[in-house]
Write a protein that binds this ligand. Structure first.
Ligand SMILES: C[S@@+](CC[C@H](N)C(=O)[O-])C[C@H]1O[C@@H](n2cnc3c(N)ncnc32)[C@H](O)[C@@H]1O
Length: 276
């Protein structure tokens, strides 16, 4: 755990580069990205409104092909695009099962994700839990569920994402990966900043940037930060989020991967908190 000052990722990061992204060749996915639509169980097409981009899907797929998890978990299925990338990677690994949590899979999404998984012959690898994540995750913990890879893409409210992180951390093995979608949203980047400064996690694969959205610090911002950090009395007047930019922390695109480096052994009665 990093209990001192906020740090940017440094050369102390493990040598995870170069990481090669492979293309997932699942025909159903290629068709979905080509048409931008998906079939309802009734057979009628509807256009997809919310889903991860192709390069992010390939990134998730490649991570799973690389780490060969026994168990993966996802919060938020919608049309099942991310579920298809994840389940196809497991099928190609020849090992592992996937658990997906989405309270609205049938009521709001017409069961489209489940139909897609069935059409692709991947449904036997996937278990759907139709509950809100704040209910489903503690239930999984009670049952002794463990995961080595987790994709968080459910509710995008800051406090909900924080709860998702806290509950997912209790299921994730040390060395496992937790991936946040829409990490460029302030509600989500702030959770990631908290995790990086207060919990035993590190950025994995900062060199892989999906949709280059986060601004690199400008020269003037760098100079200002250098001046402020050189003067301790001045440094106290600025927030840590100003002193170390998201870019310098490794939060650079719409998808951030964190690796869990140790179990949580903090004393819950100690005053341990690093501003982020
Ligand atoms: C952005 S969509 C997920 C897209 C999907 N991961 C993909 O790329 O194909 C967000 C999903 O989160 C689900 N969701 C919303 N609130 C949730 C909650 N409290 N727990 C779990 N899932 C939730 C929604 O039903 C929706 O399917």
């Amino acid at each position: 755990m990093n209990t001192s000052t906020v740090r940017a990722p440094s050369s102390a990061l493990p040598a995870t580069s170069p990481f090669q992204i492979q293309n997932c060749r699942l025909k159903l996915l290629e068709e979905r990205f080509r048409l931008g639509s998906v079939l309802l169980p009734s057979g009628s097409p509807i256009s997809m409104k919310t889903f991860i981009p192709r390069d992010q899907g390939d990134f998730l797929y490649s991570l799973i092909r690389g780490i060969k998890p026994l168990s993966t978990l996802e919060i938020g299925m919608a049309y099942g695009v991310s579920s298809l990338f994840i389940a196809e990677a497991l099928r190609e690994n020849g090992m592992g099962t996937h658990t997906a949590i989405d309270p609205f899979q049938n009521s709001e999404w017409g069961g489209v994700a489940i139909k897609g998984l069935k059409d692709a012959g991947l449904n036997t690898l996937v278990t759907l839990i139709e509950r809100s994540s704040h209910q489903a995750l503690p239930e999984l913990e009670t049952k002794g569920f463990r995961a080595q890879f987790i994709f968080v893409d459910g509710s995008h409210l800051h406090d909900h994402v924080m709860v998702d992180f806290v509950c997912c951390d209790r299921l994730l093995d040390v060395g496992g990966l937790i991936v946040f979608d829409d990490s460029d949203w302030p509600a989500i980047s702030s959770v990631i900043r908290f995790v990086l400064t207060n919990r035993s996690y590190e950025i994995a694969y900062p060199e892989i940037i999906i949709e280059k959205k986060m601004p690199k610090p400008s020269l003037s911002a760098k100079v200002l930060r250098a001046v402020v950090t050189a003067v301790p009395s001045l440094e106290k007047c600025f927030s840590p989020s100003f002193l170390v930019s998201d870019w310098d922390r490794g939060i650079r695109g719409r998808c951030v991967v964190l690796r869990k480096t140790a179990s949580d052994v903090r004393d819950s009665q100690a005053q341990i908190f690093t501003p982020f």
